[in-house]
Design a protein around this ligand. Structure first.
Ligand SMILES: [Mg+2]
Length: 99
C-alpha cells in the first residue's frame, strides 16, 4: 500500500519530503475528526469507512517517509501478535477509577 500511495502522491504533487511527516500525521488526526463527525451525524457506514480509510492513507503515507524500510504489513502482524500476548483489559486500569 505504501508503494501505491507513493504513486498517488507523486502523480498528484502532494507533500513528499521527510519534513512533511508531522503535517501528514496532523492530516491523519483531521481525518479521524471527520470520521468521528460522520458517525456523530449518523452518516452511512460507507461514509464513515471512507473517512477511516483517509486516516489509514495518511498514516501509511507518513510511514513511507518516516520509516521507509519497514514493511508495514509485516509490522501489523508483528504488533497484532504482541497485543495478543497482553493481559485481559491491558492498559485499561482506569476503568476501576471511573464510577
Ligand atoms: Mg476525509
Amino acid at each position: 500500500m505504501k508503494k501505491e500511495i507513493e504513486k498517488l502522491v507523486l502523480a498528484k504533487g502532494f507533500y513528499n519530503r521527510p519534513e512533511d511527516v508531522p503535517r501528514k500525521l496532523l492530516f491523519a488526526f483531521i481525518e479521524l475528526g471527520e470520521a468521528s463527525d460522520a458517525w456523530k451525524k449518523g452518516k452511512s457506514e460507507e461514509e464513515i469507512a471512507e473517512e477511516l480509510i483517509d486516516v489509514i492513507f495518511y498514516v501509511l503515507d507518513a510511514s513511507r517517509l518516516a520509516c521507509p524500510s519497514v514493511n508495514m504489513d509485516e509490522m501489523f502482524l508483528q504488533k497484532l501478535r504482541k497485543n495478543w500476548k497482553r493481559s485481559y483489559q491491558y492498559g485499561e486500569g482506569h476503568r476501576t477509577k471511573i464510577r
